[in-house]
Write a new protein. Structure first.
Length: 118
């Protein structure tokens, strides 16, 4: 058929009336699955937020005088392997580990010296 013939004949009226034309690049099941996944995700997030509001997490506070202190000093630079035994420390970081032995609470403090290459 030529263009004139298509234009002159009303071909849109000859389509069956029962057919529903949906122009989409996705299948209806794909969008439904996406909605279901999104709802499930929102429920999980809401439950997580609710749990955090009801039961806030607790942390043991650092103590001033631990039972034992272990000083960890780097011996060499991790990048250039230069000796750091005589270099002064830039700062000292503290991490405390709380152990519960059979008799009582024992606290060990680890102090890490951070050094820079001279």
């Amino acid at each position: 058929m030529s263009r004139q013939t298509l234009a002159s004949s009303n071909w849109k009226d000859k389509r069956p009336r029962t057919a529903i034309t949906v122009v989409s690049h996705r299948s209806p099941m794909a969008s439904r699955n996406q909605r279901v996944k999104r709802r499930a995700y929102e429920k999980r997030v809401a439950k997580r937020v609710e749990v955090n509001l009801v039961r806030p997490r607790k942390t043991l506070m650092m103590v001033e005088q631990p039972d034992q202190t272990v000083l960890l000093t780097p011996s060499a630079c991790q990048h250039c392997q230069q000796d750091l035994s005589q270099a002064p420390a830039c700062r000292r970081e503290r991490v405390q580990q709380f152990d519960l032995p059979s008799i009582g609470l024992q606290v060990t403090e680890y102090q890490v010296e951070v050094k820079a290459c001279p």
